[in-house]
Design a protein around this ligand. Structure first.
Ligand SMILES: *Cc1c(COP(=O)(O)O)cnc(C)c1O
Length: 421
């Protein structure tokens, strides 16, 4: 049978920029925590479109708000008022503990807004006689997006180097190294930029000491602490924002991935004080915070509150982590289990093994991905059930046990490991 996938693949190969190495699957639908391919095969989705489809597929809150709002109004531009922005901003300020919101269309745009606000704030303070420099301190292993500002604060060289020169004035601090932070911090710094749990960097939580030090140093100098919660925010870790696990309030946070249940929407949320730096005309967007995306985001948040999903995320996430730990005690290739809520990872002892496990899981119709070479990442929809966790753990257990038994595979893993070293 001629599959649609083959012709689409051939067409894309000549028509699209070669930015992605896609898995050879054509998804045509989804329901709950499952995706469906063109042959009707169901896949258990533990990645949710990279942490986006928080309510899974076909959730009535999303479907209904989308249908209703699309009949009323899809776009107005930011030249006029519509009902959604203030309503959504009220929710985001309640959730983050911050005061004011700027809406964008993606994570990287929310991050650009945060960087621009920090630079503008430093300028404002300097004009008021309190000198602040223009330097950003970002963290090693960070990921903040692909536009120029964001990529400048992203640590991995392969993302930055082809596009050099990137935005100047960024220095990287060793992750969780309090001494390095103290050594590099000065009145030249306008903001310290962190992911509270590094996502692309391998699901690595920031240490309480490091975050507390960043908060203290920025507070003392009058500069800003900026927390990127694009992956970890909106309930993913069992609290609305991951920094709430640390009892630390940043001056700015950024949200995006799960914010509008699959529609593109980003938000930069900041303190009243930081917001003083931005006035009419300084920043903006044509599409950001449109009526459709806002209506769906409101529906997502209200559904999360009605369904008590934060409680569920803590419950099922705790169970998932516990069973991963138990699996790690049986399978020696698992060297670490990390994360909070439904932002979890299992680190393996080799990149080849991690790659193999992702491929074998896909054969079993379970979607996970590999980040930071050796890390299996789990970012499932918030509606994941304990039974889905059991299915996942059983599959991982079988795959890893098979691998132990197949000597040739183990040898090839070893030889490629030795080649690299
Ligand atoms: C995904 C991500 C971004 C970039 O978001 P895009 O919507 O892809 O631009 C930025 N920061 C973090 C922590 C992310 O996980």
């Amino acid at each position: 049978m001629e599959m649609k996938l083959d012709s689409i693949r051939a067409a894309e190969a000549t028509l699209l920029l070669s930015t992605y190495e896609r898995n050879p699957i054509l998804f045509v639908g989804g329901e709950g925590v499952h995706l469906v391919d063109e042959q009707g095969n169901k896949y258990l989705d533990l990645l949710s479109g990279i942490g986006v489809n928080a309510l899974g597929y076909g959730h009535p809150a999303i479907v209904n708000s989308l249908a209703e709002q699309s009949r009323k109004l899809i776009h107005t531009s930011n030249l006029y008022f519509h009902e959604g922005q203030a309503k959504l901003a009220l929710r985001l300020t309640e959730m983050t503990g911050l005061d004011r919101v700027f809406f964008a269309n993606s994570g990287t745009e929310a991050w650009e807004a945060a960087m621009k606000t920090a630079r503008a704030y430093a300028g404002l303070r300097s004009s008021e006689g309190h000198t602040l420099g223009t330097k950003f301190l970002a963290l090693e292993n960070s990921f903040h997006g692909r536009t120029f500002g964001s990529v400048s604060t992203t640590h991995k060289e392969k993302y930055r180097e082809p596009f050099a020169p990137v935005v100047p004035g960024v220095e990287f601090v060793r992750f969780n190294d309090v001494d390095d932070l103290q050594a590099k911090f000065s009145s030249d710094v306008c903001a310290v930029l962190v992911e509270v749990i590094q996502g692309e960097g391998g699901i690595r939580p920031i240490s309480p000491e490091f975050l507390a030090t960043a908060r203290k140093l920025t507070q003392e100098s009058g500069s800003l602490l900026v927390a990127d919660e694009i992956q970890s925010g909106m309930g993913r870790t069992g609290k609305w924002c991951a920094y709430q696990h640390y009892d630390i309030q940043p001056d700015i946070t950024t949200l995006a991935k799960p914010l509008a249940g699959g529609l593109p929407l980003g938000a930069m949320v900041c303190s009243e004080e930081a917001a003083r730096a931005i006035h009419a005309g300084m920043h903006g967007t044509t599409f950001g915070g449109g009526p459709l995306a806002c209506a769906v985001a409101i529906a997502v948040i209200d559904a999360m509150r009605q369904e008590d999903l934060l409680v569920h995320i803590n419950d099922v996430g705790g169970y998932f982590k516990e069973t991963l730990r138990a699996l790690a005690s049986r399978q020696a290739v698992i060297t670490d289990i990390r994360g909070m809520g439904l932002m979890l990872a299992a680190e393996l002892n080799s990149a080849d093994m991690a790659k193999l496990v992702v491929a074998k899981m896909l054969q079993r119709h379970i979607l996970i991905n590999r980040t930071s070479e050796t890390v299996l990442r789990f970012l499932p929809p918030y509606i994941l059930g304990r039974g889905d966790v059991d299915t996942t753990i059983a599959a991982l257990d079988e795959i890893l046990t098979e691998q132990k038994a197949t000597a040739p595979e183990a040898t090839s893993t070893m030889s490629s490991y030795q080649k690299r070293n």
